[in-house]
Design a protein around this ligand. Structure first.
Ligand code: PMP
Ligand code: GLU
Length: 397
């Protein structure tokens, strides 16, 4: 075991990346795997964005960048928030980071003290509880099942708040469920949070543009919350730029200072060339974003109809992101040969080994009764995956 710290020992590895890696290992052995594990757009980054990066290399954007990001990118983030979300954030209220992941982790590290409770409406993304644990905080899961479309109510949040509650991490459109909170739902949640100003809101809006029900709503649209919220966003999902690693946080100046201090010791300013590309992503034409959104919607319709044909799967209608999160506990207790399915992680492993389809079990999203499919892949692959899944599941007795 060497000398690994308790901190790292307590940390769970990222289940999304673990399944993605397993899928890659099988593919490297020559096995044809349909990979629906990791959530990343299968599209290439639009050409005009790539060209901006090429030009940045030519123009020698090769030095350390300012820790909180180049001012022109912070301005592009601020303009984006105004133009698309109607939110007023000055460039000085933005910190650019190495992906939305670092932006989230910065905020958690900046505000959570050991023993502080952080509310996690759940199912939630695998990294939230681990970030809270890294900061010494206590993740407090508020569970919403498929019967409530995986969305927590304001009353559930109110009931979970204690004197130790320091923050809430909320994601809409959601990974892993695809659920999207309506303006009315957010308004009633905002009312509870305003009454509890010690609860800081971390609003993860990375799937903003992959929304099938209309315009994006954010808790930040309620001005009473302005000093109590950080908005997290980035370029990974909307612009098919997962590898470029650009995300940002918009929030009060005291939080900007704290994140800047952390980042200055931990990673420095993020990649200079990627910042140029991100500026063009935010400031440039948005037609590609809409084109990709439409493709995701067609795939959503396809995967929902295929999943509804699978015996024992209970399927909601995801309204955003690119995930389907069916309830699959019908299969628990069943077996095929020496393979016994006790939970959805077993089921994910079974589908990988027997069906050659990579998914992610629901346990690390806080829902062991569900399994996650990323449909950021072609319609042909989605069809092939469900043909294989139906065949593999039919073997379970
Ligand atoms: N939040 C959620 C809910 C996500 O699914 C992801 C996906 N990686 C992220 C944040 C992080 O995005 P990024 O690639 O910008 O770090
Ligand atoms: N957010 C994506 C997912 O959930 C990418 C992997 C990760 O960062 O966890 O699959």
């Amino acid at each position: 075991m060497g000398q690994i710290s308790d901190r790292v020992m307590r940390l769970a590895a990222s289940a999304t990346f673990a399944m993605n890696q397993k899928s890659g290992e099988l593919s490297a052995q020559g096995i044809d795997v349909v990979n629906m594990s990791v959530g990343e757009p299968d599209f290439n980054t639009p050409d005009y964005i790539k060209q901006a990066a090429v030009q940045a290399v030519e123009e020698n954007y090769s030095k350390y960048s300012p820790v909180a990001g180049y001012m022109w990118l912070r301005k592009a983030c601020s303009d984006k928030l105004k133009r698309e979300n109607g939110l007023d954030y000055q460039p000085s209220q933005i910190v650019v980071s190495t992906g939305a992941k670092q932006a989230l982790c910065n905020v958690v590290m900046a505000i959570v003290n050991p023993g502080d409770e952080v509310l996690l409406p759940s199912p939630c993304w695998v990294s939230y509880p681990e970030m809270v644990k890294l900061a010494g905080g206590v993740p407090v899961v508020i569970k919403a099942g498929i019967d409530q479309d995986f969305k927590v109510t304001a009353a559930q949040i109110e009931a979970a708040i204690t004197p130790k509650t320091r923050a809430i991490m909320i994601c809409s459109p959601s990974n892993p469920t695809g659920s999207v909170y309506s303006r009315e739902e957010l308004e009633s949640i905002a009312k509870v949070l305003v009454k509890n100003p010690q609860v800081f809101v971390i609003s993860d809006e990375i799937y903003e543009h992959i929304n099938f029900i209309g315009s994006h709503n954010s808790l930040a649209m309620f001005p009473e919350l302005k000093d109590q919220i950080a908005v997290i966003n980035g370029v990974s999902k909307a612009y098919a730029m997962t590898g470029w690693r650009i995300g940002f946080m918009a929030g009060p100046e005291w939080l900007v200072k704290a994140c800047n201090k952390l980042q200055g010791q931990y990673t420095s300013g993020t990649c200079s060339v990627a910042q140029k590309a991100a500026q063009v992503a935010f400031d440039g034409p948005q037609q590609d974003v809409e084109n990709m959104r439409r493709v995701f919607q067609t795939r959503r319709d396809l995967i929902v109809s295929l999943a509804r044909e699978i015996p024992g799967f209970e399927v909601n209608m995801p309204q955003g992101a690119f995930y389907l999160f069916p309830k699959c506990d019908y299969y628990f207790g069943k077996k095929y040969g020496d393979k016994v399915i006790e939970n959805s992680d077993d089921l994910a492993m079974y589908l990988l080994e027997v069906g050659h389809v990579a998914t992610v079990g629901g346990t690390s999203f806080g829902a062991p009764e569900c399994i996650r499919f990323s449909y950021a892949t072609s319609e042909d692959k989605i069809r092939e995956a469900f043909r294989r899944i139906a065949e593999a599941l039919a073997k379970l007795q």
